[in-house]
Ligand binder design. Structure first.
Ligand code: URA
Length: 231
């Protein structure tokens, strides 16, 4: 939200007087003087007036998890074990998943408490490339790369998938890059060509690459460079 509005919501000052305070150079965001009342701020930023913090800044969390197959990408579920079971208890309540993987899929899963950031990661319009390693039940036909590049029509949503890139690695194995993350997208794309996905492993989302030092079930915080790469 805008800086003047945040001050209005979190102090005795009105939004109007907040604009005056800002113009007088009495407001700091993350310890830096700010003079633009329209600056966009979020709950992770520390805003102070005359050096006094308005509210405690919320700690932000950005994690990569090497999801093992068999864990559900959900925050809770009555039936199946979820990926939250792999994370420390105090973090669980705050986090949500930025781009789910099916229960049988493995690989890079991103968890955060920053909703604006995760929306940029997953919004189909932003077209962040997601790379998957896939094995299939049937041989991958020679026409598959071209068909995926043209886009596959999904009747249920009445849309055609964005051009995807398929690199055949073997008769039944490929690396697929897609630029959206629609429901069961990879499985449905192969299904549309009469094939079936047997295993699916996500290697990367944009510049965030699954760290090969992480065993299945392990996680680590994202680096600042990884966080900033989702602009
Ligand atoms: N597409 C799928 O079909 N499943 C996944 O888990 C991820 C992408």
């Amino acid at each position: 939200m805008r800086l003047d509005r945040l001050i209005g919501n979190h102090s005795q000052y009105s939004q109007r007087s907040a604009r005056l305070l800002i113009a007088e150079g009495r407001v700091q965001v993350n310890a830096l003087l700010v003079r633009d009342a329209r600056m966009e701020v979020d709950r992770f930023m520390m805003v102070s007036v005359d050096g006094v913090p308005l509210k405690p800044a919320v700690a932000s969390h950005y994690l990569m998890l090497h999801k093992p197959a068999g864990y559900l990408s959900a925050t809770s579920d009555p039936q199946h074990i979820t990926v939250m079971a792999l994370l420390p208890e105090p973090l669980r309540a705050a986090l949500h998943i930025g781009g789910r993987l099916d229960r049988g899929s493995s690989g890079l899963l991103i968890l955060t408490n920053d909703g604006l950031w995760s929306r940029r990661l997953t919004a189909p319009q932003i077209k962040i490339p997601k790379v998957y390693r896939v094995t299939t039940a049937e041989p991958i036909s020679a026409e598959t790369p071209e068909r995926f590049a043209q886009g596959i029509y999904f009747a249920f949503e009445d849309l055609t998938t964005s051009p995807a890139q398929l690199e055949r690695l073997g008769t039944h194995e490929a690396r697929l890059t897609i630029f959206e993350g629609r429901y069961h997208q990879v499985k449905r794309m192969f299904h549309a060509l009469g094939n079936r996905v047997l295993t699916l492993h996500r290697e990367s989302m944009g510049d965030i690459v699954l760290d090969d030092r992480l065993q299945a079930g392990d996680f680590r915080p994202l680096s600042q460079t990884e966080i900033d790469s989702i602009g």
